[in-house]
Design a protein around this ligand. Structure first.
Ligand code: DC
Length: 226
């Protein structure tokens, strides 16, 4: 039985995992870790260094030159890639278009999972991703599996990109990218996105962020040993 508490949040792309994870971490005083940011930062490194993402050996070699670190400020998670803050750049479309391919590599997953498990060893954390409740922390204190209508998810991500100044990506492109990533994430050989048997399903198509936080807090409190 683990002593520290781990809240694992998995689910499809852009269905509000990070919104819930940040709100839970803030309310509970836990550390928030965005595991997707790690796969995105690795992808950014490969793009910048023109590493052939279809070549497992090039991927394995590239990984050895990458150092990732998280810095938590105001419960926002900031990630550095070899010392450079890349939190904004990893959200842009070039990374989104390549991250599924990168995150399907065995070498990449093994290294990321190792680092994630280290982060959750002694501290109370909320971690979101695709395989947190199944592979990274199968013994998590409480697990959520999030889902939402694909159209609603695309609209949310589209608005987010626009608010960050990306006016060149259309709603259709965002929708296509999400559909592609859902397919790639659920069908890959290495730890595909799948609901852990003991994960609580949370469909937030028609509920507000406040309602989903209240729902999740209830469940976490019910799981925390007195
Ligand atoms: O959560 P996100 O959309 O930022 O994640 C980006 C990609 O990283 C996603 O398409 C799949 C991958 N990912 C993963 O394979 N495993 C995780 N634990 C987190 C993300």
């Amino acid at each position: 039985m683990r002593k520290n508490l781990v809240v694992a949040i998995d689910g499809y792309s852009s269905c509000g995992k990070s919104t819930l994870a940040k709100a839970l971490a803030k309310t509970l005083g836990f550390i928030y870790i965005d595991s997707g940011a790690m796969y995105r930062a690795v992808t950014l490194y490969f793009i910048r260094h023109h590493i052939d993402m279809t070549d497992p050996m090039a991927v394995k070699d590239g990984l050895q030159h990458i150092e990732l670190n998280f810095h938590s400020r105001d419960y926002e998670s900031h990630i550095t890639l070899n010392g450079e803050e890349v939190s904004e750049e990893i959200r842009q479309m070039p990374v989104s278009q390549n991250v599924s391919e990168v995150s399907a590599h065995k070498f990449v997953r093994t290294e990321m999972v190792k680092q994630q498990q280290r982060m959750g060893k002694s501290k109370n954390i909320v971690m979101d991703g695709r395989d947190i409740g199944t592979t990274v922390f199968p013994d998590a204190t409480v697990k959520f599996f999030m889902t939402a209508d694909p159209k609603v998810r695309a609209e949310r991500r589209f608005k987010e990109l626009q608010s960050k100044g990306d006016t060149s990506t259309s709603l259709e492109e965002v929708f296509e990218n999400l559909a592609h990533r859902d397919y790639a994430d659920t069908t890959r050989v290495e730890s595909p996105l799948v609901r852990a048997e003991d994960a609580i399903i949370l469909d937030n198509t028609d509920i507000t962020p406040e309602e989903q936080l209240a729902f999740a807090l209830d469940k976490v409190n019910a799981h925390v040993p007195a």
